[in-house]
Design a protein. Structure first.
Length: 370
């Protein structure tokens, strides 16, 4: 077996778990740049049910550019979050940043599937710019190719062992168990499947631009018929507005962040700071779409049909209208919980406010039903 020869073995397969069944209860854990987020889902008949969720702030700069800097601080935040969640479940699915993963879709002739391990090994040697003993590798047969009935689509995915192991270690330091390690963009797509159920024809044959707007980056994920066809990150996020508030009112970064969230700021904040920031953010969304149109869309797709906004910044008042106005594309706030039922402990109003920032955690929590 390829996995035995390369000594990638079961630990990575259990952690990455592309498409594999995990029947044991499992929480979704998203370690973002500013907070850890835990989501617990269950089954309620044919529907998913939101049992619990929690968002716990991280120490400042505990995560930098996707790297876990303050391991102990992150582990402590996960411990606090789990205690606040009040769940007995200790197994978690977590993810690595998309930029830390190497993934590639391959076309393999059906006639050669008996040699699939060898084909994957050869492709890994060509595609991965690191010694293979330094990476965790997995692959998943996606199914028949839409463009060729004689080929299968196979997804090859790899990540540096150290990046996977540091996330597993911080989870174990918090007293939990890492059951699955996914990739953030894959988790977003899993959550997006819940949103698709609300759309005409379940969104088939339409192109969606899913923007996850975080504290420091905008993640643009273009999806069509369940497939990611484009991914890009841009350096822009909510911290820009926080710094503007900090400078304008001469307060600490932490005070500025808290005031931004509570909207407890002096008159003039919206016109002087928030509205210009929203306009800049809408420009960044437009710029991301222009990159897509010039690199992918020109040869395959005419235009994006819908824009979905997720992440903490997506709930800024009027952002969806500003994006729709700039792009002339229907824009909505992403809520993966709309088709789910809620347990009695969930406060619906709070869930509606928090849902866009829980997209990755929700996608990870859904892995328990694979």
């Amino acid at each position: 077996m390829l996995l035995e020869k390369l000594q990638f073995g079961l630990p990575w397969l259990e952690h990455l778990g592309l498409g594999k069944a995990h029947n044991s209860p499992m929480l979704g854990l998203d370690i973002s740049s500013t907070a850890v987020k835990l989501v617990e889902l269950s089954r309620n008949g044919k529907n998913c049910q939101v049992e619990r969720y929690v968002i716990e702030s991280l120490p400042k700069d505990a995560v930098n550019d996707g790297n876990l800097v303050d391991i102990e601080g992150i582990a402590e935040a996960i411990r606090r979050a789990w205690k606040r969640l009040g769940s007995p479940i200790r197994n978690v699915a977590l993810s690595i940043p998309t930029t830390m993963a190497i993934y590639k879709k391959l076309l393999v002739p059906v006639s050669q599937t008996v040699d699939l391990d060898e084909i994957i090994e050869n492709e890994a040697h060509q595609s991965i710019p690191f010694p293979l003993e330094e990476v965790n590798l997995d692959y998943q047969v996606l199914g028949p190719s839409a463009s060729s009935i004689d080929d299968l689509e196979v997804l090859l995915c790899a990540a540096r062992k150290e990046k996977v192991e540091e996330r597993v270690a911080v989870v174990e330091m918090a007293g939990l168990r890492a059951q699955v390690v996914d990739v953030e963009s894959f988790a977003m797509m899993t959550a997006f499947e819940q949103i698709q159920q609300q759309l005409p024809d379940h969104g088939m044959n339409q192109t969606f631009a899913l923007f996850d707007i975080g504290a420091t980056r905008i993640h643009c994920n273009i999806i069509r018929n369940g497939q990611q066809i484009y991914y890009r990150e841009q350096m822009f996020g909510g911290h820009q507005l926080t710094r503007d508030i900090q400078r304008r009112y001469n307060i600490s970064f932490e005070e500025a962040e808290a005031s931004k969230r509570s909207m407890a700021l002096p008159d003039g904040y919206e016109s002087e700071l928030m509205h210009p920031f929203i306009d800049s953010l809408a420009q960044e969304v437009q710029r991301a779409l222009q990159f897509f149109y010039t690199t992918v869309s020109v040869s395959q797709y005419l235009r994006v049909d819908y824009i979905l906004l997720a992440g903490g910044c997506s709930m800024l008042p009027g952002l969806d209208d500003a994006v729709a106005g700039r792009t002339q594309i229907s824009t909505m706030i992403a809520n993966p919980f709309t088709t789910m039922v809620q347990s009695g402990s969930i406060r619906l109003k709070e869930l509606l406010m928090d849902a866009p920032s829980l997209l990755i955690a929700c996608g990870l929590a859904l892995r328990r039903f694979d």
